[in-house]
Structure formats: C-alpha cells, structure tokens
Ligand binder design. Structure first.
Ligand code: AMP
Length: 209
C-alpha cells in the first residue's frame, strides 16, 4: 500500500505516519524530515535550504523532487510507504507520476484553533526528530528526550512568524490538492475530531484494508 498523508501544519501527519509505520512496516518518508536531516548533517542541500525552511517558505520543486527520488530509490518499500509532506501543491501532484503511483491520499482535517495549539506546544529532539507535545504527548521528564536525554527544542519554523506563513501557504497551495485527489477517487478524509493519534491511525488502517 502506498499512501500520501496530508493536512495543515500541526495536523499530526508525522505522528500518525510514525504509528502507521510501527503497526504495518510501511516506511514513513517525510520530505520535511529529509530536509531537516540535510540541515543537521550540513550537506550542500542542507546549507542551501536552511533559511527557507526556518522562514516557512517551500523549497523549490527541483531540489525537493531530486531528494525524494533518491530516497525512494535507496530504500526498500516492499511493505509500502506513507509519504508525508509531498505533494505540497498541484505542480507536485503532477510530478508524482514520475516518482510513484499511490493508492490513497489521506487528509487529516483539523480546525485552525487546534493547529495553533498543536504547533505552539510541539517540541522535538534535535538529533532524532522525535516529536512531543507539552500537553498531549509530554516526555517522561520535562523538556528532555526519553531516549537520548537531549534537551528538546522548538523547530524554528514552529515559531509564530513562520507558522503564519506556513498556514498561508497551506491554504493557498496545498489545500487545493484535495479536490484534485478527490476527483481521481483517491481521497480519504479523516476528521480528527478530538481523536488521539493512535485512534486516527486505527481509523486509517480500517479504511485502507
Ligand atoms: P514539514 O515537516 O512537512 O512541515 O516541512 C517542513 C518544511 O520543509 C516546509 O515548510 C518546507 O519548507 C519544506 N518542505 C517539506 N516538504 C516540501 C515539499 N514537498 N516541497 C517544498 N518544500 C517542502
């Protein structure tokens, strides 16, 4: 099974995709995580795009496509995959056919108020990228990653100025891809409606199996 998971920033795509990966063996591939890995490893791409990512703007299509294609070519996806963060707009939907076919696009639907609460409380481990939320998914010890013991940080692009820009880009560029996938008969809309990430993952699994 090959699925795209989409939704507004803070909709919980990464968390839900991580749970789906654990439960099914499908590989979670996040373009945002791949970019952040490049930044942490100070690669050529990483140095080129770090300013763009912190400001909340999108990276150019050519760089994004090349990075994702290399990733898909370098890993085994025999159990399927969950693509998180791509496509981001209609141009990228059209580029998809040069990358892979997909079976479903799962949209996590969440209110604007919820988005703000989720993002402002989100903290990550700087080396592994593991995601916490100060209220909904806190670490065992305040501010410390459960596994590595490192201090958790707030992503630069989770700071208020960048969040406003990411939401604008989402509404203007990413939201329209839903109609496109709907017209292709591939859209699964999940209203999060206060469900936990585990419950959302279960709903998705039920619908796709
Ligand atoms: P995310 O973790 O999906 O919120 O992505 C973090 C940031 O990575 C985004 O704000 C963009 O700057 C960049 N990014 C991730 N995926 C894409 C994509 N498909 N196209 C362009 N930029 C992307």
């Amino acid at each position: 099974m090959r699925i795209v998971i989409t939704g507004a920033p803070g909709a919980g795509k990464g968390t839900v995709a991580g749970i789906l990966q654990q439960k099914t063996g499908m590989v979670h591939i996040s373009t945002g995580d791949l970019f952040r890995e490049n930044i942490n490893n100070k690669t050529e791409i990483g140095n080129m795009i770090s300013g763009i990512i912190s400001s909340g703007e999108l990276v150019d299509d050519r760089t994004t496509f090349k990075m994702l294609k290399e990733k898909l070519n370098s890993i085994s996806t025999s159990q399927g995959f969950i693509l998180d963060g791509f496509p981001r707009d209609i141009t990228q939907v059209n580029l998809m056919k040069f990358l892979t076919t997909i079976d479903y696009t799962v949209n996590l639907s969440v209110s604007d108020e919820e988005v703000v609460e989720r993002i402002s409380g989100r903290r990550v481990c700087p080396s592994t990228g593991k995601i916490y939320h100060i209220k909904y998914n806190p670490p065992l010890q305040d501010g410390i990653d459960d596994t590595t013991g490192e201090s958790l940080v707030q992503r630069d692009d989770d700071k208020p100025e960048s969040v406003v820009r990411r939401l604008e880009i989402y509404k203007h560029s990413t939201y329209p891809i839903l109609a496109k996938y709907d017209s292709m008969g591939l859209l699964l809309n999940i209203d999060e409606n206060g469900m936990s990430a585990e419950e959302i993952a279960d709903v998705i699994l039920k619908k796709i199996s």
